[in-house]
Write a protein that binds this ligand. Structure first.
Ligand SMILES: Nc1ncnc2c1ncn2[C@@H]1O[C@H](COP(=O)(O)OP(=O)(O)OP(=O)(O)O)[C@@H](O)[C@H]1O
Length: 266
């Protein structure tokens, strides 16, 4: 079998996550290549967020491996961030009482390595690093369209802008891969279209994207490939036509199997 010679950025093999008797993710393989936008869809409770948690060190998979740039990922969120994977959450997690700029500066933490001593004495190295961080954070706010609100408190931003800020904060860690968990949840149609443009712009900065989303139009407008999870299993993966025409996908979304299975496994 001929394959491309470049190794994928992210290579997930046989990832299974069990919680007691419940198998939330079952033997899932997935690759994300440099410059790709990959979608992950599936009905509620299919295991999508659990799968993300397995990629970002929040969960240690019961089985399987996650490799990023050829290295097996350490099972600790801050080490995964340092390795180059950033994420946003389904439920926005900002520091509500910090400013917009401060939220992005927090996201830069994993890339600033001035030690505690340097920070305490506020020596020239620290001041230079701080100025550099602020400049980079402002550039990111410019990029997502929030520069004018840098000094506003995060909690005062409208919902769509809070989502943008989460993305800016994730980008502050200078990732090679960005995981977005339902980035358009709660957005109006205009905000959703703007979010599509933002995802393309992020990809154009050389960052690959893996995105969970329920909005099919968003997914099919953006993604090079889409994987479908149903009851923890990847049932199909491919381009828009492949996914949309797959009987198992249609069945899973309608929720009514065409034929009742003769036996159930769980
Ligand atoms: N920490 C946990 N302990 C026990 N069960 C869990 C845990 N996290 C998730 N689950 C279960 O795993 C299954 C998959 O949940 P998950 O949140 O990953 O699905 P999802 O596809 O992201 O759903 P949604 O689209 O509703 O966000 C569900 O049955 C859920 O109850």
């Amino acid at each position: 079998m001929s394959t491309t010679t470049s190794t994928p950025l992210l290579d997930v093999r046989g990832v299974t996550m069990r919680f007691g008797g419940l198998t939330a993710v079952s033997n899932v393989d997935l690759t994300v290549g440099q410059g790709e936008i990959i979608g992950l869809i599936g009905p509620n409770g299919a295991g999508k967020t659990t799968f993300f948690n397995c990629l970002t060190g929040l969960y240690v998979p019961t089985e399987g491996t996650v490799t990023y740039r050829g290295n097996v990922l350490p099972p600790k969120p801050h080490l995964v961030t340092q390795a180059g994977i950033a994420r946003t959450f389904q439920n926005i997690r900002l520091f509500a009482n910090m400013t917009v700029l401060e939220n992005v500066l927090v996201g830069r933490h994993s890339r600033t390595r001035e030690g505690l001593f340097s920070a305490l004495v506020r020596g020239p190295g620290y001041r230079r690093a701080e100025a550099d961080s602020r400049a980079k954070a402002m550039e990111l706010l410019e990029f997502v369209g929030l520069a004018a609100k840098a000094e506003h408190l995060a909690r005062n931003l409208p919902y769509g802008e809070q989502r943008k800020l989460e993305i800016a904060r994730a980008l502050a860690s200078e990732p090679g891969l960005l995981l977005l968990d339902e980035p358009t949840a709660g957005m109006n149609p205009q905000e959703t279209r703007a979010a599509e443009e933002l995802v393309f712009a992020i990809r154009d900065r050389g960052i690959a994207i893996l995105v969970i989303e329920h909005d099919m139009k968003f997914i099919f407008n953006l993604c090079d490939r889409t994987a479908v999870l149903v009851q923890g299993q990847k049932i199909v993966e491919g381009d828009r036509e492949t996914v949309q025409n797959d009987e198992r996908v249609i069945t899973a979304y309608l929720g009514t199997p065409l034929e009742q299975p003769t036996e159930t496994t769980e």
